[in-house]
Design a binder for this molecule. Sequence first.
Ligand code: MF3
Ligand code: CO
Ligand code: CO
Length: 254
Amino acid sequence: MKRSDEILIKTPAQLAGCRAAGEKAAEVLRILCEAVRPGMSTKALDDFALEAMRSLGCSSADFGYYGYPAQTCISVNEAVIHGVPREDVVIHDGDLVSIDITVSYGGFVGDNARTVVVGEGAPEARAFVERTEEALRAGIAAARPGNRVGDISHAVEVVANRYRYGIVREYVGHGCGVSMHEAPEIPNYGPSGRGPLLREGMVICIEPMLTMGSRRIRVLDDGWTVVTADGSLACHTEQMLAITKAGPEILTPR
Ligand code: MF3
Ligand code: CO
Ligand code: CO
């Protein structure tokens, strides 16, 4: 996706706007994670998201973005990200469902995602979700002024490698807030100590995209849905945060 190349330092007023949009995105994500049930189609979940956004007074930032045809991205099992909700994709007990919610509110954008295991699920699936969260937390812990983007990337990579998961490389985290995708790009792999310097007032999304098999991906004929090339399970989680003196401030609290 195209990003403006300048890294924005948000003013306190802009940070307040990002915080408000982040809270809306987090609330919609919570509502959807609680609504997921076996037998539901991903389209039914998307419809439910539209309702939730309406009642919260925000709107989807996804809809119409480069022609994106839905309100949310819902990616099941081997789907990694950008899953286009469909009537004929039905959720089953034990599925891994990644729900990615991006909203516009008050002129700002909030973006967050989470993968849930439907029902009890397999122990490997539950561990996969927990370890992907661990990778995200490691990345967040590195998001401090004076560090570099590569410190975040490397922290995520170390955790993913520890568990021998594949790391998707074609898609990355990003600056966010005034628009959905801003500079800098935040890869989930790479050397520490490199890349743009993190400064107070930056707002970024960190979003590990891991696989239980090969890191290779392909895009379905719908032009959006990214799936693992080998059909292995994928997991995706995302938080939006501000870089502050006191450390990372999560703008999309779980
Ligand atoms: N929420 C996604 C991200 O984390 C982007 C959504 S792509 C869209 O960057 F096409 F659905 F808008
Ligand atoms: Co997202
Ligand atoms: Co994002």
